[in-house]
Each structure stands twice: as structure tokens, then as C-alpha cells.
Design a protein around this ligand. Sequence first.
Ligand SMILES: [Mg+2]
Length: 226
Amino acid sequence: MHAGMNPAIGPAMPMSKSAAREGIGPDAELMVDAGVCWGNDVEKVLERAKTFSEYRLTWLEEPLHPDAIGKYGELARRKPAVPIAAGENCGAVRAAEDYLENAGVNFIQIDAGRIGGITPSRIICEQAQKRGVTYVNHTFKSRLSLAAALHVFADVEKFRYLEYPAAGSRLAFDLVKGLERDPKGMVSLPERPGLGIEVNLNVVREFFVPVRIELSGQTIFQGERL
Ligand SMILES: [Mg+2]
């Protein structure tokens, strides 16, 4: 979970740069998501990484633009003071391979819903294993998509990072029940076949919106009502 979501950090209070580390305590893992804010500026990332290193980050995420693979490679060669994570924007296997081959990241963050599903994600999971890069799940949709994404890496013990929203819409949370964290912060997969979860059809009915597609005034598709 991102430190920013941790209620221990508290709302709008003046914060020192050590507030996140102080808020979660000395043992919890702390990640900082830079949200691509330094674009192509490797110098800036090196400088900020040095500042952050005092607070023992697990990773500094997306410090550069998603397409700046060459700059990520340069950053890696210059050995930033904290580990680097990136990849959640990858929309194809080749894009994620580019990160693994040329960006020198320590963590590859894959969104199964963006990269094309379970199989493309699994290809990257296996390549990451071979290269000593840690696969991290990124899911920012419903618990249903989370159930699918979990199956990509659940058999790899050392891949234990699961990034998903701790808060969000009712649809995202109520569509599928379960998949909650246990007291150790781990999520277990059900033993049942398929995704192992059950979709709540009452929630589907509640949020269902019939779709009609028109072309030049002619209806070419009319969805059924549930
Ligand atoms: Mg992110």
C-alpha cells in the first residue's frame, strides 16, 4: 500500500519531510510514487533519491516519463540511492520487456487490465524472475480485476507486493466479496476453480446501464435490459 493512503499519517497538518516514515513507524515498508513528475530529468531524480534514502524507501516509483526508457537506463547506470519501480502504464508485453531489458528498474509494476490480461502479465512475471527484478501487481479497478491479477504471480513466493486501492467506489468493492487483507497484510486466493470468486449479480443489476450504438442515425447495437 502506498504510504499516502495510511491513515496513520493523518490529514492536512504541516509535515516535515520525515512525516511519512514517522507516521508508519520504523518497520513498515515505505514507497513514494513520484507520478512521472521529473519527466526526463535524471539529475533531479538522483538528487531526490539521495534525499529519500535517509527514510529507507522500498522504492521510488515512476520518477521519469513512462516512455523515457533511455533515461531510466541512464538513471540505473548512475546508481540512484533508492530502488526504482515503474511499468504500470505498459499496454503491451513488448513495452514491459523494454523496461526489463533497457530501463534497469528494480521493480516492474504490471497492470493486468492494461497489458492485455493474465497471459501477457504472466510472460512478464516469468521474465522478471529470470532477470532478478521484482514483479509488483498494479490494479486500480474492481476487486474482480484484482482476483484475475492475483493469479498471475500467486505461486511466486518472493513476489509479494500487491498495489490496489484501499478505498473507492461501491461498485469496485461490492462486485466481488473477499480478497481482504489478513492481519499480516497478505491476501489469499480462494481454492475454487477459475478465478475462485463469485460475482454479486445484485450489484451488477444495480449498476447496469443498457447501451445503444448508432451509426448515421441507425441503431446498430441495442443492449438488453437485465
Ligand atoms: Mg503508481
